[in-house]
Design a protein around this ligand. Sequence first.
Ligand SMILES: [Zn+2]
Length: 477
Amino acid sequence: MDSLSASVLYGGEFRMTHRFHLDGEKRQRHLDAIAKRLPDHLKRLNWSKEELASARKTGLRNTLSFALENSDWHRKRLQHVDIANMTEADLTTLPTMTKSDVMSNWDDIVTDKRLTLAGANDHITRKLRDPDAPYYYLDDYEIFATGGSTGSRGVFVWGWEEFVEIACASFRYQMRDEPPEKLTGKRLLAVVEAGETVHGSPFLFSVTPDTEAKVDWFPAATPMKELVEQLNTAQPTHINGFSSAIQELAAEAVAGNLRISPTRVSTNSEPLLEETRIAAKKAWNLKINNMWGCVEVGHIAVECDAHEGMHLNEDMIICEFVDAENKATDDPDKIDKILATSLFGTSLPMIRYEISDIAIPDSKPCNCGAVYPLIKEVRGRADDAFKYAGDAKVHPLVFRTPLGQHPNIEEYQVWQTEKGAKISIVRAGDIDEALLTSDLVAALKEQGMQEPEITLEFVDAVTRHKETGKLRRFVPL
Ligand SMILES: [Zn+2]
């Protein structure tokens, strides 16, 4: 079993100001496994189109065979499929799967029968209540809950090897473009991500191909003034952060409050706005490296240092760009979602899984020479921070953490009020209202609000946009 303990400091540089602890012998072993695997991934960036196509064909057949043999749910869906002769073009004959399918059939989809949704939920609750609770689950699984971009809750699991693959996919271009052996002097990676280990972000984004670099965590929900002070003291050379957090930091730098000189800034988890790129250029004279992915399949695309778009990780994930009726399309105005098939995910196999992001593919090749096709942009709108009287600003993450992780919250919508928020909740079971309210009030107080007021209301469905049907999860005053 895992034995994470606050007394074992990762690299001696762990900040004790944060609630979670990513340290311990097992975490170090995981980082070692990633470092060992990265050179193989580096070689894949030199693959020819033929090598890539061949790996995808084999990968697809292996994925389907594995799911057929090990997942009860997939077996029912795949039993009549001619897997031995399957090609990517035949994918359209397979049914798609949704987050709702995953949540309704979780125990039947997973391939390790020790995994159950109830057990995973218990693990999440334990981690939320006790920062010293073991991070890994059933030896070496990681469990994450997400509100995702649609506001409905999902629970996902990464096995040991899956995490290694996801980390390699995330950082192989950085390793190619900024070879660690050529770096000299101080390197400090600042991780401006979620402050709870029930999110995958602190765990994944604190990985770096530069094993000599120090890593420091700064929860994105830290009040901005405090975050600026902490970063001024730390002087990071590298930053990984939520796109919205980087946008705010770049603005602080342009205003002269944040005085750091990073050489690499990577964004993730939210759509990256053009104004954030412009602000980063102005603030630090650099181009942002953006990433696009989700907890279900890991990073789908990553921007290299040629900055011509994000390279699809086509050796690991098959992406179908489809319209609202799941028909293939490359018309940017018709693309409604992505169907992702993971070629490395084994714990909870994802086959034609619906991801509601609108990603626009590009047909031009990248200057860097890698044959992996580019994504021009991922459309979407970053959730706005709520602004309150007295200059208090509350990032959606402050709400997202307590709400997105509660096992019995199926969906939620946060309506800003003068002194706090009214929260509409679709529930799947009992919810301790007093506890949830006090968690939210405490979180808002941490943001500098004096007497925050939270009201909860339980509803059958959350309100969606009349025309588009899309959910605006955070509605400002
Ligand atoms: Zn490139």
